[in-house]
Design a protein around this ligand. Structure first.
Ligand SMILES: NC(=O)C1=CN([C@@H]2O[C@H](COP(=O)(O)OP(=O)(O)OC[C@H]3O[C@@H](n4cnc5c(N)ncnc54)[C@H](OP(=O)(O)O)[C@@H]3O)[C@@H](O)[C@H]2O)[C@@H](O)CC1
Ligand SMILES: Nc1ncnc2c1ncn2[C@@H]1O[C@H](COP(=O)(O)OP(=O)(O)O)[C@@H](O)[C@H]1O
Ligand SMILES: [K+]
Length: 475
């Protein structure tokens, strides 16, 4: 599991450790790791031209000490001090002793730099870049240099992944002690580039604020039939989806559900013929969900239009996943009062409609939006998009790292809902079902696409191969 901690937790852990160590030791650990990472990226340090963007806090101190280490190895290091009177004094002295210097003309050195270290702000930054830093960040981005953010790209919000103004775009981020949520959640994640974690010995709590499943975690959660399993014991998932206008959504949701580990898939709705034509193993009916037979979980909504079934399914006593058209006019009280888990799977537009805010606000504030929805509905919320989040009202939020923007194709959300519903029927809790489904779906998107446009149907077809790969990594 990859874990990320909010700023207060990181500061508390740093404080405890600092009390046990000689002054400055922690910053030296950070700077040593940072300098080593920069040396890797440069390949050859001797003769390399390195520019440090130095703010007024300890983030700038890290950059100055790392710059001193690179200068001692023969790099030409120039520091651009955003606030010369407040630059970290010991760090600046170390740089000057090592042969580094303060740059006279920032834009001149940035234009020819091989590597730029962004030490403007770290976890102490508030708001976006200030006006004096904006042209420097742009010049760094516009140069041929590798741009490396120290701890965080300056201007992003460490705790939430929000980018409140302009921020520095890095090729890589070297972060200290722990991932911060902003390094995993968009839009900030995009500014961070490839993230490298330098351990500095922090003692962190067992419960993080954000976590991301990795192969081995997913392998442990995948349902696997045992000797005594039969199709009912493996779980039956019911799919209420599709309409005369959107018959394909029924096929795609079933396609996902058949790959999600349930022992059987029941389809209820007007798309039975289309479903059977593609998937003869589906149990289809066109009556009401209650008459379709027992299921262990329902999926309701993909391509449903104004079709019936949402209220009836919500009235059942099994876990329910609500997606797409099922999310329109969803009554918080009806969801909150349910005796079993409810998993809502909106994209940003649907989440915005539920929250009564513009879509842009949800996209800018993904973590807060998912949490707010989860709390309003007393449900688990899977907020789709470039980074998919799975949130309950409290506890760690899961962020999915596997997706690809090729998944932004019509119908891929239908496949995801079937997949997640099937995992619910197989017995996973809502948080696990949502995050495992997002993980497999993201990888399946990559396999189906391989850098070219993918179809939603192709994504569903790629799930078994991904499942095998992931299962093989389990203990
Ligand atoms: N603690 C430790 O043990 C370790 C900490 N480590 C390192 O310390 C970093 C945290 O350092 P920090 O607390 O000094 O804060 P930091 O991020 O440098 O920024 C604060 C300064 O920036 C300013 N400022 C604020 N917003 C701004 C803006 N938008 N644009 C421009 N300026 C802005 C604000 O000043 P103001 O002008 O607001 O008075 C303040 O002076 C952490 O990220 C890691 O790199 C590592 O060495 C490991 C050990
Ligand atoms: N830029 C992106 N990067 C990664 N994944 C994305 C991106 N945009 C969309 N996705 C994923 O693609 C799927 C689209 O789902 P959805 O918006 O419901 O589409 P549809 O309604 O057409 O099925 C979701 O799983 C979402 O997370
Ligand atoms: K920084």
């Amino acid at each position: 599991m990859r874990t990320a901690y909010d700023v207060d937790t990181v500061r508390a852990a740093e404080g405890e450790l600092m009390a046990l160590l000689p002054p400055g030791a922690l910053m030296q650990r950070a700077a040593a790791g940072l300098a080593a990472a920069c040396a890797d990226m440069l390949g050859r340090v001797y003769g390399a031209r390195v520019v440090l963007l130095v703010g007024s806090g300890d983030n700038g101190g890290d950059a100055l000490y790392a710059g001193a280490r690179l200068a001692r190895r023969g790099a030409g290091v120039g520091a651009v001090l955003l606030n010369p009177d407040r630059a970290h004094p010991e760090g600046l002295a170390a740089l000057l002793r090592a042969g580094g210097r303060v740059a006279d003309d920032p834009f001149e050195v940035l234009a020819v730099a091989d590597l730029v270290l962004d030490g403007i702000t770290g976890i102490g930054g508030r708001g976006g870049l200030r006006p004096d830093a904006i042209p420097l960040a742009r010049a760094a981005r516009g140069s041929n240099a590798v741009v490396v953010a120290v701890d965080l790209p300056s201007g992003v919000d460490a705790g939430t992944g929000e980018v409140p103004g302009e921020a520095l775009r890095a090729d890589a981020t070297v972060t200290f002690g722990a991932y911060k949520p902003g390094l995993l959640i968009d839009p900030a994640r995009e500014y961070a580039g490839a993230v490298r974690l330098i351990p500095i010995g922090l003692d962190l709590p067992s419960v993080p604020s954000v976590e991301a499943l990795q192969h081995a975690d997913v392998a442990d959660l995948l349902p696997t039939p045992g000797a005594e399993s039969d199709k009912y014991r493996r779980g039956v998932v019911g799919i209420v989806a599709g309409s005369a206008r959107y018959p394909g959504a029924a096929v795609l949701a079933v396609a996902g559900a058949l790959r999600g580990g349930a022992g059987a898939v029941r389809y209820v709705g007007p798309g039975g013929d289309a479903v059977i034509a593609r998937f003869p193993e589906t149990l289809v009916s066109d009556g009401s969900p209650a008459k379709a037979g027992r299921v262990q979980a329902w999926v309701v909504g993909p391509g449903l239009g104004d079709g019936p079934g949402v209220d009836e399914v919500l009235g059942s006593d099994v876990p329910v996943l609500v997606d797409a058209d099922g999310l329109r006019c969803l009554d918080p009280d009806a969801v909150r009062g349910r005796p079993a888990a409810t998993l809502l799977t909106p994209h940003a537009g649907e989440a915005a409609a539920l929250l009564g805010v513009p879509r842009e606000k949800v996209e800018a504030e993904r973590l807060a939006s998912a949490r707010e929805l989860a709390s309003r509905y007393g449900a688990t919320v899977l907020l789709k998009g470039s980074t998919t989040l799975v949130a309950d009202a409290d506890g760690p939020v899961r962020v999915n790292p596997t997706g690809t923007s090729w998944l932004a194709t019509a119908g891929s959300g239908d496949v995801l809902s079937g997949l997640a519903g099937s995992l619910l029927a197989a017995g996973l809790g809502a948080r696990d079902a949502g995050s495992v489904a997002a993980y497999l779906h993201g990888l399946a998107g990559r396999h189906a696409s391989q850098g070219a446009p993918a179809t939603a149907y192709g994504v569903a077809g790629a799930v078994p191969g991904v499942w095998r790969d992931v299962a093989a990594s389990g203990g």
